[in-house]
Design a protein around this ligand. Structure first.
Ligand SMILES: Cc1cc2nc3c(=O)[nH]c(=O)nc-3n(C[C@H](O)[C@H](O)[C@H](O)COP(=O)(O)OP(=O)(O)OC[C@H]3O[C@@H](n4cnc5c(N)ncnc54)[C@H](O)[C@@H]3O)c2cc1C
Length: 410
């Protein structure tokens, strides 16, 4: 059984099926109901420097004081966030930044080759656009502030190209002329509809004989170090040989019940997709000062980003989607209309930005695959491959130590 039909669960189900397993994919709502729907779609291969990178701490107070800034915290939830922030602090040490970046790079360097056969088989190669992501800077200083992080990425094999003001305008003529310079991130392509990516892969899984069930898994029953059955849909417990927990941020509850107290938090993000923006855009664009991304999706121009920490049960504040959509007007000449379809999704975020890809401590046939933060679309296919290798008791194609479920136990 695979729990959760987001990008991680669907890719895991396909890879398991490929190895001959009979797979049941259980989804509480519908495929891509969680974070995998309205995100920015980047194959962000070089996004390997963790959120706890140097400079983040310095910026946090300013961000929090600005109600329209890129980060907000629901203060009534803050006490529950303290353990997460303590781990975040530990993950900000220079030596950890290097280790974490290597751990993320080990995943992202396989992002494309892990997806390629599935895109081909599902007939959706058209979804991956060949244009590389641009970062745009309002001042040279903003660019210089970013160079240390770009250099870490470069050292790990993810190169970038500096772009002058005029070169930026040449590549993307709709950009406003307020940008002093930019960079082009090598190999950072984008999916022009992450929801279609997930639903097409889900359909492929079904076509190949996979079983899908709509229902919420409430618990996994364990005896003598093995999961014996799963409770879902309010039916009598059903047994499975192996269980994969790929329920995004909701995985925490299931892991908790299995005795793994993991510091996974919901970092809400928002997007607005403008179906008639009135401008042409080819590249995905990261607006450095605004802290958000603009992607030309099939359904329109998507403006997405921001972080809100208030727990998984907090009510969305779509004002945050409107704030970034308004700011996007500054990025382009001629972008007048920014009203569109608003969306909110929870990134399941570990304090060190590394996902959890591991076995449960209390059950040798339960496997975790969650906590992919801001790069779950990028790392979906490679995570699926690793999950299937673990379940099949194969040697995994990369070492899984960085993604251990036990790394927060000192
Ligand atoms: C604004 C924003 C922009 C982003 N941009 C990018 C980007 O450009 N590139 C990138 O790589 N990543 C991006 N991300 C991150 C990416 O969206 C996530 O990392 C990824 O979608 C996580 O996938 P998932 O399958 O782990 O979780 P989810 O997509 O959240 O899926 C989990 C699924 O499990 C189901 N579920 C939950 N509990 C249960 C249960 N008990 N029983 C059964 N089913 C259950 C849910 O209904 C859901 O469908 C972005 C995220 C946000 C919020």
């Amino acid at each position: 059984m695979v729990i959760g039909a987001g990008i991680i669960g669907v890719c895991s189900a396909l890879e398991l099926q490929k190895r001959g397993f009979q797979v049941t994919l259980v989804e509480a709502d519908r495929p891509a109901a969680g974070a995998s729907e309205g995100n920015c779609g980047l194959l962000a291969v070089g996004s390997v420097v963790p959120f706890s990178k140097p400079g983040t701490f310095k910026k946090v107070p300013g961000w929090l004081l600005n109600k329209n800034g890129p980060l907000s915290i629901r203060w009534n939830y803050f006490p529950k966030l303290i353990p997460w922030f303590l781990e975040f602090l530990k993950a900000s040490r220079a030596s950890r930044i290097q280790e974490i970046s290597q751990g993320l790079a080990a995943l992202t360097e396989h992002a494309f080759d892990a997806y390629e056969p599935w895109l081909e088989e599902a007939g959706i190669k058209d979804l991956l656009k060949p244009h590389e992501t641009l970062i745009v800077y309002e001042t040279e200083q903003e660019y210089r502030d970013d160079v240390a992080n770009l250099q870490i990425e470069k050292d790990l094999g993810f190169d970038y190209e500096e772009l002058s003001k005029s070169r930026l305008r040449e590549l993307e003529p709709s950009l406003s002329d307020q940008f002093a310079c930019g960079v082009r991130l090598k190999g950072w392509y984008y999916f022009a509809d992450p929801k279609r990516l997930v639903t097409s892969l889900y359909d492929l899984f079904v076509r190949k004989g996979g079983t899908v069930v709509t229902g919420t898994v409430t618990s996994i029953n364990v005896e003598n170090g093995r999961a014996t059955s799963v409770n879902f849909c309010g039916q009598p417990p059903e047994s499975f040989d192996n269980v994969v927990v790929a329920a995004g941020v909701w995985s925490r509850k299931l892991a908790d019940k299995l005795g793994d107290k993991l510091p996974v938090e919901a970092l809400a993000g928002y997007s607005t997709t403008v179906s008639d923006p009135g401008i042409e855009v080819k590249h995905a664009i990261t607006y450095a000062a605004g802290g958000f991304v603009i992607t030309p999706m099939e359904s329109g121009l998507r403006i997405g980003g921001t972080i809100e920490m208030g727990g998984v049960d907090s009510k969305p504040d779509f004002g945050r989607a409107k704030v970034i959509a308004e700011k996007a007007k500054r990025v382009f000449n001629g972008l007048k209309n920014v009203s569109g379809t608003e969306w909110m999704g929870y990134r399941s975020f570990m304090p060190d930005t590394l996902p959890v890809i591991d076995r449960a401590s209390s059950a040798s046939n339960v496997f975790y695959a969650f906590g992919h933060g801001q790069i779950g679309i990028t790392t979906g296919a490679i995570t699926g491959r690793l999950v299937a290798e673990m379940v099949g008791r194969e040697q995994t194609s990369i070492g899984l130590a960085p993604y251990s479920a036990r790394r927060f136990k000192d």
